[in-house]
Design a protein around this ligand. Sequence first.
Ligand code: KG4
Ligand code: ZN
Length: 348
Amino acid sequence: RQNPLVLGIETSCDETGIGIVRGSILLSNTIASSMDEHARYGGVVPEVAARAHLEELVPAIRAATAEAGIRLDEIDAVAVTCGPGLAGALMVGVGAAKALAISLGKPIYAVNHLVGHVGADVLRLDTDDTTEPLEYPTIALLVSGGHTSLLLVRDLVSDVELLGETIDDAAGEAFDKVARLLGLPYPGGPQIDRAALEGNPTAIRFPRGLSQTKDMEKHRYDFSFSGLKTSVARWVEQKRDAGEPVPVPDVAASFRESVVDILLTKAIAACVDLGVPRLLLGGGVIANARLRQVAQERTDAAGIALRIPPLSLCTDNGAMIAALGAQLIMAGHEPSSLEFGADSTLPV
Ligand code: KG4
Ligand code: ZN
């Protein structure tokens, strides 16, 4: 079936995302975030996120159909994130998606959130957009507040393999924690990015987790950021104990440099090892200016084609879920049976 009209629902974390696509064409991408409510806790509170989804979903669906200029009963299918993510948050989206599918008599596609991030790349803003489709295989580096994963994508709808992931904190989480210990507000990523503008990235040499030879055998494509965070904490503590001022811009720039180096060293190693000359980036941490810059420099040097979807499609959103649903339909996949649940640790 060509160019199906699909409504996608994303509620795996704090964004209530509703997207509507026709095939690969983006018709609407409505996002309501409960970030403000989590800010005073310094991180996403699962139950607060779930309650916010319950309140935001119906208005978001209404806004999305209005923006797309369609009636709800015109859609061909519903796609929904069923994992991985926060269990309670996922359940709200899955429940709403099933209710919609049953009441409209339309098929439903339960999709994986991480694969959804890869699906973002197929979206085009209009039919005149001539950007070449993503070629396969490709390596995908997904970095957000909830995940840090490296995928080998041989085919978007049928063959995605997890190469590695974080063994402790997600990269965005590390940004948030380091921002907090520097006295910067949540979410910390943009704050560190801004503070780093005035800092020297080589001022302090922070460690690169899992890059030692002994780690590389078992954790070649895995990431670790908790040692880095502890190292920053200790450095800052020593300054404070000595009664010296903490050079926030230098700490921010040096920390950011370490995260960027860890992420790109592993991603490019995967491209080189596996002979895959394509790298796709996704997730909210892609907003980081230095990450995008170094990614461009290193992929250019290695002869790897770099793809970065627009930032509005890199952060969690419903359009990428709708896009993946549409790709599944166009590839002839059967819909999901209505018995599926939410799986917070769903593998790719
Ligand atoms: O994908 P995303 O919007 O959603 C969740 O994971 O919930 O990612 C949010 C994460 C937060 O941890 C935030 O601090 C981080 O992405 N982030 C950044 C930047 N902008 C957002 N990290 C580094 N640099 C940035 N400019
Ligand atoms: Zn995500």
